[in-house]
Write a protein that binds this ligand. Structure first.
Ligand code: MN
Ligand code: MN
Length: 311
């Protein structure tokens, strides 16, 4: 797939795929926040099918408002843009600034790690069995864009970014696989190719097996990814995939965010429902639109090539 792009990349098409991945994350977050922590039966009772971005939920959001999933992803994107590369400390500074701004929601593991950084200025975190939450996997988009064209760099930085807050093998594996799925979808991989990436994950970590999916959609990264895989591979377009995911309830903003980044990359910009984009917080949408080409301009796929300037 990388070959199809070498030498004759349609730059705008690539930028659009990347925008779709980042906007897909934000849409999934904004859509799913409404049904976070609900059970599928409760969602049916309240909404029949939840398929509009209307805010509310336990955080009582405005329609189109996003949560930590999108906000932490933007922190990473801003840090990469500001440093012109990967600087873990700069990412942590952005996380710190964000935490001090009293965001509407912060995961417990993230809060603990960022607070510790604010107090001690120390990076990294000791291994913990309790760090198998989805809080690192939900913010993989900027890393996937910035390392586009170099899978080794993706694997390295996926873990680097993850361990700023989460230090756990399952979280690491989830971050790498989400990053790979996003990248390969952007580069034009088909469904069987993406499924092959998931099969590799399951071969290495059988816990992620999802063929007997029973509907558990918690913040445990294994259940989060099982939910995403089950619905991504079981649906045929972006909207159908996201609606299926968020009506599963549980950690719906984050399953929505992760499904949104993969499905956005896979189905592309034109597949994102206009009615959802219209409601999405315009400041978020504008910042994504301005940061995406800048991240891509730094990516290996465009290094040492004349077209990097034209991006
Ligand atoms: Mn969230
Ligand atoms: Mn969540």
């Amino acid at each position: 797939m990388a070959e199809a792009h070498s030498g004759m990349v349609d730059r705008q098409a690539l930028v659009d795929r990347c925008r779709a991945a980042f906007l897909g994350l934000a849409l999934g977050d904004a859509l799913g926040a409404t049904t976070e922590f609900l059970l599928p039966g409760e969602i049916r009772h309240r909404h029949k099918v939840h398929n509009r971005i209307i805010g509310g939920g336990w955080l009582n959001l405005k329609a189109g408002e996003v949560t930590d999933d999108t906000q932490m992803s933007l922190c990473i994107a801003r840090a990469i843009d500001q440093s012109g590369g990967w600087d873990a400390r700069c990412v942590m500074e952005h996380f710190s600034r964000w935490l001090k701004s009293k965001p509407v929601d912060v995961g417990a593991t993230c809060r603990r790690s960022i607070s510790r950084y604010i107090l001690k200025q120390e990076l990294g975190r000791p291994y913990s069995d309790w760090d198998a939450g989805n809080g690192a996997a939900m913010r993989m988009v900027p890393v996937a864009l910035f390392t586009l064209g170099d899978e080794g760099m993706l694997a390295e930085l996926a873990v680097d970014q993850a361990r700023l807050t989460h230090h756990n093998l399952l979280s690491d594996a989830a971050c790498i696989v989400v990053g790979r799925l996003v990248q390969q979808a952007i580069l034009g991989a088909d469904r069987p190719a993406l499924h092959g990436i998931v099969r590799e994950l399951i071969a290495a970590h059988p816990k992620f097996q999802y063929h007997s999916y029973r509907g558990a959609a918690s913040a445990y990264v294994v259940e989060t990814l099982q939910t995403v895989f089950h619905h991504f591979f079981g649906t045929g377009d972006f909207e159908e995939c996201l609606v299926a995911v968020v009506n599963q309830g549980g950690d719906a903003d984050t399953t929505g965010a992760i499904a949104g980044m993969i499905a956005g990359a896979f189905y592309g910009l034109d597949a994102l429902p206009k009615k959802w984009l219209k409601v999405l917080d315009p400041a978020v949408r504008e910042e994504i639109d301005s940061l995406v080409p800048r991240l891509l301009g730094l990516a290996p796929i465009f290094q040492n090539r004349e077209d990097s300037e034209e991006l």
